[in-house]
Every structure is written in C-alpha cells, then in structure tokens.
Design a protein around this ligand. Structure first.
Ligand code: TYD
Ligand code: MG
Length: 554
C-alpha cells in the first residue's frame, strides 16, 4: 500500500525539512520551503534498512524505486570495478543533428544516451530550434519523439509546417506526466527525444505541482533513467526565470550531461547558442543563428553578418575582434558623444558593460585630457551582440575619441586591447585567432597591446618610442608596425599611444589646447548645455568658450 508522506522542500537548494520553516537552514533563503507530498511505495529493500538510500534524501529514495523497477524479479546487479586502462576508450559514435552550428556547440554531434538541457528566456526560440533539430534528425528516416507539455499536438504541427519540418518519422506527444512520456518512449523506441519543457513535467511519485523543484528533479531523474537505459539522447527545454524561487534549469545543471543556453536580444535577429557545461566536448563553444520567418538559420560567417550594414569611415565606429568560445568574431562598436544638458551626464551601454564604459571615460578624461565629463555618451554593439570580454576596451575607447573628435579611423583597421586604470594596454590573448579572422574579412591593420605583439612575434617587433604629444609622430609611426601573416600590427603600450597611432596626434592636441584635464564643474556644464551650442570640443575649457558666447550674444 502506498502511504503519503509530507516533507517541506526548499525550492532553491532542495533541502528537506520535516516541518515548515521561514528560512531554509541549508541555504539561508527565506520563504522557500514548500509542502511536498510524496507517495512512498513500501519495498523489501527500503523497509529492510537504508542500504540503498545513500543519503540522497527524497531523490535517493526515488533512485531506489527506479532501480527496483529495473531489475524487478532478478537478483541485485553486482558492480565490478575495472582498471582504468581496461576501459574501452572508443567514443560512442555521435549522430549529426544536420545543423552544423548546433553540432559544433555539442562538441561534434549528439552523443547517444546523453541528457541535455537547453535553457533560455521565454520566447527566445528554444522550441523552434529543437523542433528544427528533431526534424533534421527525423529526415534521415529515424524516429524522433517531441514531447510537448506546453503546446497541443496541433500547435506543434502548425509550427512544424511553418518551419518546413513535417517529417513522417517525427512524432509528437502532448503529455505532461513523465511516467506516461517514459512509457511512450519505451513503446516508440525513438533515436532521439525532445521534452518541451521540463517545467511542465510532473511525476506520479510526488503530489506537488509541476515546476516545483521536487517535480523538476524527479522528472529529470526519470528521463535520465530512460536516456541511460535505452541509450537515447534526450533534450530537455527549460525556461530561465529571473526570480530564483521559481525552479529554473539552474537546479538541474549538475544532473544533466550538457547545458546549453540560447541567448540574444529579444528584438534583434541573432541568437547565440552557448555550452555552459558539456561532458562530451569543450564548454564555451558558440553557435550563431539568425532568426527568420522559416525558423533559425545557421550563420556560418558571423563576422560578415555582424559587419553588414556598417558604414565605413564614420566617426564613432570601430571594428574589434572579441573571442566567443574558440572563435573570433568581428563586431562594430559604436559610440556617440553629445554635449549633455543640465544635471548628471548620461551614460548608456547596449551590448557592452556599463561599468567598463564608465571606467574608460574616466581613463580618457584623466590620462588623455579629453573633456568627456559633460558629454552624454551612448555606446552600442551593432547587431545585438553582448560582449563582456575586456578585450573590447580599446575599441570602446577609440569609438569615444572618434565620435568626440569627429575623426574616423581608416577602413582596414581592427582594434583589440584591454585598458587599465593607468591608461596602460594589457595583453588580451588568443591574438592569432583574432588576427586570422580580421585578415579573412579583408582587414589589413590591427592596433593592439605591445605585449601581444611581442608574444606572437617572439619579441622581434621594435616598438616605436612615440609620445602622444610628439609633433613628428605622424611621420614616424609607420615604422612601429610590423607585418604578420599579411596584417600590419601596431603595438602600443598605452591607450594614448594607440590613439595617436590610429588617429594621429591631432586627436589629442585639440582637446589639450582647449585646456583643463579633469572635466568641467557642474556649473560650466549647465551653462554650456543651456546654450545648446554646437559640438564644442574640450568642454573642460568652457569658461573661456562661455565668455565668447556672451560676447556674441551681446
Ligand atoms: P519559440 O521557439 O516559441 O521560443 P521559446 O520556445 O524559447 O519560448 O519562439 C518564440 C516566437 O518567435 C514564436 O512565436 C516563433 C517566433 N520565431 C520565428 O518566427 N522565427 C525564428 O527563427 C524563431 C527562433 C522564432
Ligand atoms: Mg517554447
């Protein structure tokens, strides 16, 4: 006879308590314990002691039940340790998903028996992507099962016809009960299964509602059992929710073999698929997709895609080469500086880190004497890509200088480097990869930290001894560059040196000539803003400018 047992389960850490508590004693979160009723089936093993419970709490028991069902009637399986050298090293053959970018992220294809979690914000395209993958695998004639807990079979069919994914061997099952889904998997014996989504699944063994962390883990364990026992790869779709107390895929990360995240700005068309964990390949590998009306399309040349639409020789636009996973991308970093109005100047960063932008503004103001203090500043990474790598610092700094001074950089120049608080350029690593990508897209010059040039050329490069304010720098700077695989490399030690290299000494002189280094006081800023003057360089000197204005006005 099954008898129900009530426990209180923390929705954050799955700690199990016998009574309700305001704060979880294990993780310290407040108000996360939820009453969970579990149906325990008495069995000879669990009644004869705790031998198979193994300290797994609620889940240990589940395991016991599953193990029992598996070898019902047979005697207990005996596990024998094997010397590591005797383990068969041959990798199980991977199955291609038919979508190159998807295989790339998985580490070269789908591994049989793997349990994989695809996370992402609602509406980002998870169902679309997995339905496409399911259809591609099914198009080879092998059976694929799409378990839909969110949409009806009809809705899935409509989506499939829109995506051109109506394959005869692609099966759909509208089901939220995990035992029923497992049974269907056993009957159909497909080569791959997609479960959309794991949050909608619930198990008979628990009386709590779907989406609850206990249900989530229970359902995942059941599906893991099926995947391992039948050697079927299973993809679980999971929503990432902003509130930690709603059980999200994070609670499952350690249970599955691979965790992929589909990311992107909702209103841009590019989507990145990233591996956050992968037992069968490297992590941080990235696949790039573009959203179209026919579903997600692979972007095999992302750099070209991200640079499409860029207007060359435009002030405030700089190309840089961040590395995503093992691949370098080229992106256009744009900045716009506008004299601010009254009050605190505005700083906006889209696709770049706002804190780093503020740091760069401070460095440029202090080290190069640019009067950015009173400017409203907007930075945008074109294409909706989010870049967190500090290697884009120099490009952001250049975009600011370029917009502020209204001077454009030459067409063929790409820029990488991390900027420190002293204005020094720090090496970024993986330079060869970045340069190769830039060269492939026709760029001919790279401005980068001297340390990186030294490393890749083995110290052969002779650095120039330019000073930012040197009158002759324009003429001599070319000597500083060395050729490397068709690219001309300009190594610089400081951001000032790099700016002179890129734009000439004039980029700094104009701001120097207009005076002060530390930006205007609030009062000056207000004055200039209120006058709505045209772009005036070096607002730091605005006291002087303001009196000019007064003269004009009078
Ligand atoms: P969907 O796959 O349902 O997102 P998720 O499963 O992550 O919640 O996609 C959301 C919507 O976007 C859906 O209405 C279909 C649409 N869409 C396209 O039209 N084209 C595409 O390439 C993608 C990915 C989505
Ligand atoms: Mg969906």
């Amino acid at each position: 006879m099954a008898r129900p047992k009530t426990v209180y389960l923390c929705q954050q850490c799955a700690h199990e308590a016998a009574k309700w508590l305001g704060q979880c004693p294990a993780c310290g979160a407040w108000n996360t314990l939820v009453e969970t009723v579990r149906v325990e089936r008495p069995s000879p093993r669990s009644s004869s002691g705790n031998a198979v419970r193994g300290g797994g709490g609620a889940f240990g028991e589940t395991w016991a039940t599953l193990a029992e069902n598996q070898d019902a009637g047979s005697s207990r399986r005996v596990s024998v340790p094997v010397s590591l050298g005797h383990v068969n090293p041959d990798e199980a053959p991977r199955r291609t998903s038919g979508i190159g970018e998807f295989d790339r992220v998985l580490g070269g294809g789908i591994v049989p028996g793997a349990l994989m979690l695809i996370g992402g914000d609602p509406g980002i395209g998870k169902s679309t992507l997995l339905l496409q993958v399911a259809a591609r695998v099914a198009s080879g004639g092998s059976r694929v099962l799409y378990v839909s807990g969110e949409e009806s079979a009809r809705q899935v069919r409509l989506r499939a016809s829109r995506l051109g994914a109506l394959e005869p061997s692609l099966f759909v099952l509208a089901e939220t009960n995990v035992e029923a889904a497992s049974a269907a998997i056993s009957r159909l014996d497909p080569t791959m299964v997609v479960v959309d989504s794991i949050q909608t699944m619930w198990s008979d063994a628990l009386a709590s509602s779907p989406g609850n962390v206990a249900q989530l883990r229970e359902s995942t364990l059941r599906l893991m059992q099926v995947a391992k026992a039948r050697d079927i790869p299973i993809f679980l779709i999971g929503h990432v929710t902003k509130e930690g107390n709603v059980a999200g895929p994070r609670a499952l990360e350690h249970m599955v073999d691979a965790v992929l995240y589909l990311e992107g700005e909702r209103y841009y068309s590019y989507r990145l698929l990233r591996a956050a964990k992968n037992r069968f390949g490297s992590t941080n590998e990235v696949g790039v997709f573009e959203m179209t009306t026919d579903g997600l399309a692979e972007v095999t040349n992302p750099s070209a895609a991200f640079l499409a639409g860029r207007v060359a020789r435009q002030p405030g636009s700089i190309v840089t080469a961040p590395v995503e996973g093992t691949r370098a991308l080229l992106v256009d970093v744009q900045a716009l500086t506008v004299p601010g109005g009254i009050g605190i100047a505005r700083r906006t960063a889209i696709g770049a880190d706002l804190n780093r932008l503020q740091l760069l503004v401070a460095v440029l103001t202090r080290r190069l004497g640019l009067g950015l203090g009173a400017q409203d500043i907007y930075v945008n990474v074109a294409g909706g890509l989010k870049i967190v790598e500090p290697a884009v610092d120099l490009a952001v700094a250049f975009a600011l200088v370029s917009s502020f001074q209204e001077i454009a950089i030459d067409d063929g120049t790409v820029v990488v480097g991390e900027v420190g608080l002293q204005g020094e350029l720090r090496p970024v690593g993986q330079v060869e990869r970045r340069l190769a990508e830039a060269a492939r897209l026709g760029f001919t010059r790279c401005i980068l930290p001297a340390g990186d040039v030294d490393r890749i050329t083995g110290g052969r490069a002779k650095r120039s001894t330019l000073r930012p304010d040197s009158e002759t720098s324009k003429g001599s700077e070319r000597q500083a560059s060395i050729m490397w695989e068709g690219m001309s490399l300009n190594g610089a030690l400081t951001v000032g040196e790099a700016v002179v290299e890129a734009f000439g000494a004039g980029a700094l002189r104009r701001s120097h000539s207009s005076g002060g280094r530390d930006g205007p006081s609030g009062e000056d800023r207000g004055d200039v803003g209120a006058r709505g003057g045209r772009v005036r360089h070096g607002l730091a000197a605005s006291m002087h400018d303001v009196s000019d204005f007064d003269g004009d006005d009078a």
